[in-house]
Design a protein around this ligand. Structure first.
Ligand code: FES
Length: 163
């Protein structure tokens, strides 16, 4: 099948690739661009393992055609921090044991990042509601919620200190 030329920004870098019209964004990210943070779980828009940020919204990249991401600005978990310089959300997931097998973690963290941008002072209920599209098969939700609330507190304290 003829391939389409695609251009998008991923984690701050302009990237170009070829993809078939039927290809999903998750496959282009992982297989064509080598970005393995977003995982493939259900491929039916239920689990959230494939969550990425696209033009300021959390999307499940298994239900977005790569062609729909033409010109988009995409952030994956790799765009938040790296092993030597963790994002506060990554740090709090580690500190509060917000990961068990780790499979859902990249989707959880990138979704939590958007949630905290939209609501920097969430209640526990807000976090649970905002994260409802991301499933953890280890069912470790308690510590995931704790980690997100702790990250919100850290980020707010840093903002206050900077004022
Ligand atoms: Fe996309 Fe499960 S792999 S929601």
């Amino acid at each position: 099948m003829a391939k389409t030329h695609l251009k998008m920004t991923v984690n701050g870098q302009e990237v170009e690739t070829l993809a078939e019209p039927r290809e999903l964004l998750i496959h282009v990210l992982r297989e064509r661009l080598g970005i393995k943070g977003p995982h493939i779980g259900c491929e039916t828009s239920h689990c959230g393992a494939c969550t990425v940020d696209m033009d300021g919204k959390s999307v499940k990249s298994c239900t977005v055609f790569a062609a729909q991401a033409e010109g988009a600005d995409i952030t994956t978990v790799e765009g938040l921090g790296d092993p030597d310089n963790l994002h506060v959300l990554q740090e709090m997931f580690r500190e509060h044991h917000g990961l068990q097998c780790g499979f859902c973690t990249p989707g959880m963290i990138i979704r939590a990042h958007r949630l905290l941008l939209e609501n920097p002072n969430p209640s526990e209920e807000d976090v649970r509601f905002g994260m409802a599209g991301n499933l953890c098969r280890c069912t470790g939700y308690q510590n995931i919620v704790k980690a997100i609330l702790a990250a919100a507190a850290e980020m707010n304290a840093a903002k206050e200190a900077a004022q």
